[in-house]
Each structure stands twice: as C-alpha cells, then as structure tokens.
Design a protein around this ligand. Structure first.
Ligand code: S3P
Length: 329
C-alpha cells in the first residue's frame, strides 16, 4: 500500500555509507538533501561534511545538493563544500531532480539520492527512478510541520520494516540472480546480489579474489557481508552466491535476514546454464559436469536444511517461479 514511499535502502547515517562500493557498482553522481541528512537543521557545513565531499570528489563522484529551502540557506551550507546545487527544488516534484541530473551530467541509473524524509526526498527520487537511500534524521528537535509528518513517516516505516526480505539460495546457475531481479521488479523491492556486492566492496571480480586472495578469504567475506546486510537491508530480494549457505554461521545469519527460498535445479539444467560462463572459479576444471555432480551431492542437503521453502525449478518459467514465491509472502 505504501510501496511508493519505500526507499531502496535505509541506513542510520549518511556518514556510514560505503560510497566507494557504490562507485564500483557504476554510480557516478550523488544528489543530497541538506538539512538533517548532512548537518542538523539549518546548520552550516561542519568539518565532517566538508571532509565527506572532499572524499567523494577524490573517488570520482559529482555531487548536487537538492533543497526545498531558499538560495541563501543553500549557499551558506555550500560555502566550503563547493558542490552543484538546486534550491527551492519543490521536492517531491520531478523538476528539481531533473535539474540536479542535468547539473551532474549523469543518468537515472548512475545516480544515487540520499535524504531523510519519506514524503519529499524519497517519494521524489522514486518518482524519477533514482536509487534512493533514506537516512535517519540527524536532529530530533524539528519544526512543528515536520514533527507532524514524522508521525506519518513512522507509520510507513513500520510497514516497510515489517515486510520480510526474500533470500534466494541454491547452486551456481540455479537462477537466483535472474529470478531475483524479476521478482524485485514485480514486488517493487530492491535487489541485491551478494557476489556483486562483494565485487563492488573489494573493487575486484570474483575470479580475481579467488586467484589473488584465495577461496577462504572469499568465504570470510561472505560472512562479513551477511553481517553488514543484517544491519540495514529491508524490502529486498537477496540473491546469494552458491557456496554462501555452507558455513554454519551463515545459515543462522540467512534465517535472520529473511525468508530463505532454495531454488533447486538438477545437474543437467545447471550444466547447460553454466557451461559457457568463465566467471565461476570452482568450475574451471577439466570435467565441470563431474564437479557439478560432486558439489551438488555435498550441498543439496545443506541448502534444504537452511531454507524455509524448496522450489524445484527445472521445468518452471521465471514467471511461474515468481508466482510460487509470491504466495509465500
Ligand atoms: C560459488 C558460487 C558463485 C560465486 C563463487 C563461488 C560457489 O556464485 O559466489 O564463484 O561456491 O558455488 P553463483 O552461485 O551466483 O554463481
């Protein structure tokens, strides 16, 4: 019912965001709300804010401030920040966001939005189709009209936080990412793939990580990432790497993260799907089919134990799989 107002992510503070990871994912521009997102309401830019924008510039981001406030307020904040800005933006109307994109020279796909209010910041960003991160407001003391809005926000956030994540597990090539992406679109959820998350976090591909740091390093990363996701992942379809559920610690973490669905596929289906892909280090062997058979025999029982639901997908279309998962939520 309130999906329109649901952010893609909900994080405690702007200053906790791992911006380099987003850069590695392909984002190049960031649109920021100012008040209560970067500094307390009406405050000047402090050292932390100045340092953040310096860091963002160094990473390679372009930035734009997007404020409903008047120009003098925005200019005062921007004195030491030196970012592009749009004032009297009229959020949640589209036009301010469009102006910001123009100033940044980025596209909807390569731009992030960060703000603290649902009915202005997030709603507008969702309307225009930018990935948006909601942060908790910095200043608990707010103007009266905002205090009223916060009550309604609380209600929407209650529903947002109540909806469970859906976690897809299963063997390489079982369709976790393909189904996950389609399901996320269908349910208006965010989508997150743990392999892509790890690649962006490390700035390396999975084969590079295996080659340069070793498989055990990769496995430790999978656990670290699960801990990170547990802190702030909501309303999200999570597709996991095929080996992630195997560690005992991870199976508990997965259950905490959401409803765990095992997409089960047989040896033939898997072999046909993965035989031409070169990005799975575990299958770069002389006889990949035999390797699949051996790994499947080891893993199938574990996947079944870890999951809340098993879906045999060999003869199902993506839409059929989605239909079955939807019935679970
Ligand atoms: C692995 C599966 C891969 C990736 C890594 C190891 C595994 O993910 O995490 O190559 O151990 O099964 P996909 O299942 O997305 O291919």
């Amino acid at each position: 019912m309130f999906n329109t107002f649901f952010p893609h992510e909900y994080i405690d503070s702007t200053y906790q965001i791992d911006f380099r990871r987003y850069y590695n994912q392909g984002y190049r521009g960031i649109v920021f709300d100012i008040d209560n997102t970067l500094v307390p309401h009406n405050a000047d830019a402090d050292d932390r804010a100045v340092a953040l924008f310096q860091k963002l510039r160094k990473i390679g981001f372009s930035t734009c401030l997007l404020s409903n406030n008047k120009e003098s307020r925005v200019q005062r904040f921007n004195e030491q920040i030196q970012s592009e800005y749009v004032f009297k933006a009229g959020k949640p109307l589209r036009r301010g966001y469009e102006q910001a994109l123009e100033k940044l020279g980025t596209t909807r796909e390569t731009t992030l939005f960060i703000g603290d209010q649902l009915f202005t910041d997030v709603w507008g960003a969702k309307r225009i189709g930018i990935h948006c991160i909601l942060v908790k407001p910095m200043n608990p003391k707010e103007e009266i009209q905002i205090v009223l809005k916060r009550y309604l926000e609380k209600l929407v956030l209650h529903f947002y936080l109540k909806q469970p994540n859906i976690v897809l597990i299963g063997f390489m090539g079982s369709g976790k990412s393909t189904v996950g992406r389609a399901l996320a679109e269908h349910m208006q959820y965010a989508f997150l793939d743990t392999d892509s998350y790890i690649e962006a976090r490390e700035g390396m591909t999975i084969p590079e990580i295996f080659e340069q740091k070793g498989e055990s390093y990769f496995r430790e990363l999978e656990t670290t990432v699960l801990h990170e996701l547990l802190k702030n992942t909501h309303n999200t379809i999570v597709a996991t790497g095929g080996g992630l559920p195997l560690a005992k610690e991870n199976s508990n973490l997965l259950s905490q993260l959401g409803i765990v669905v095992y997409l089960k596929a047989g040896e033939d289906t898997i072999y046909n799907r993965v035989k031409d892909s070169g990005n799975r280090p575990l299958l770069q062997v002389e006889n990949p089919r035999q390797r699949i058979r051996e790994l499947l025999a080891k893993r199938d029982g574990i996947y079944e134990n870890v999951s809340d639901e098993v879906l045999v997908t060999d003869s199902l279309t993506i839409d059929q799989v989605i239909g079955k998962i939807r019935k679970l939520v």
